[in-house]
Design a protein. Structure first.
Length: 68
């Protein structure tokens, strides 16, 4: 299911939607906290700039720790 959500983000971007907006919509079609966090991280990085790879790595660590 995640692959189709990322495909939807790419398709939305190709139709003119910004990646942050498309990522935020992911939480509407995939209602779980992880999808919401992903959208928020993308949105913040888009507005504030910075290292997206590091931000996603931090999110990954936080989500793994929450599962423990």
């Amino acid at each position: 299911p995640v692959r189709s959500e990322f495909r939807r983000i790419v398709d939305s971007q190709q139709m003119g939607m910004s990646v942050p907006d498309a990522a935020m919509r992911m939480s509407e079609t995939m209602p779980c906290s992880e999808a919401g966090f992903f959208g928020i991280v993308i949105q913040i990085q888009s507005q504030a700039g910075g290292n997206l790879s590091e931000a996603l790595g931090n999110l990954s660590r936080v989500l793994r720790d929450r599962k423990k």
